[in-house]
Design a protein around this ligand. Sequence first.
Ligand SMILES: Nc1nc2c(ncn2[C@@H]2O[C@H](COP(=O)(O)OP(=O)(O)OP(=O)(O)O)[C@@H](O)[C@H]2O)c(=O)[nH]1
Ligand SMILES: [Mg+2]
Length: 197
Amino acid sequence: MSIAPEQITGLILAGGRGSRMGGVDKGLQNFRGMPLALHALLRLAPQVGSVMINANRNLGAYEAFGAPVWPDALPDYAGPLAGFLTGLEHCETPYLVTVPCDTPLFPEDLVARLADALAQADADIAMVRTGEQVQPVFCLLKSSLVESLVRFTHEGGRKIDRWTAQHRCIEVPFDDESAFFNANTLEELRQLEASHG
Ligand SMILES: Nc1nc2c(ncn2[C@@H]2O[C@H](COP(=O)(O)OP(=O)(O)OP(=O)(O)O)[C@@H](O)[C@H]2O)c(=O)[nH]1
Ligand SMILES: [Mg+2]
């Protein structure tokens, strides 16, 4: 069994505090003259059937990118899992794939590789691994997990790995580690701009 792109909705995670960047709205910071979240959107869109954005501030600026924008239902910046929940609650396809807004050079075949691995392993969740490092915010998941995530988060659960461990989860190795370089600080953003990717 394989998974077609049309069965997958893409979600840009841009709902964080950006505290290591001085509290700015990270997704709206420019990278090579264009907002980071728009880079992610343009890179993800050809890989999936439709895309949406999860953001908690400056919603109008994100709406201008032309995709639906959903803020967290959970209060107080509950972390990336709150973004997963928001995505699953608005997802109308059998699969959701998430990418963070601060990693604009992620692979152009990211979703195809996650989807192949998920289908082959008959898993519920597939996450990127680079070297020894799991990158849980690059995550393909079955939309049917929404009830499980509602339960987990409403009981106060916040850690991605604690939740994913409850399901059939696989890690998909990616060799191109530099494609997953993410900008947490302004310094890292400038470093990324200077890179060859
Ligand atoms: N929806 C939502 N997404 C979040 C939240 N916190 C982090 N994220 C997203 O999760 C991804 C990884 O988070 P970080 O790289 O730590 O980003 P951040 O939390 O904005 O930055 P720091 O405050 O410096 O940790 C990013 O795409 C964030 O936008 C949150 O409370 N809600
Ligand atoms: Mg954070």
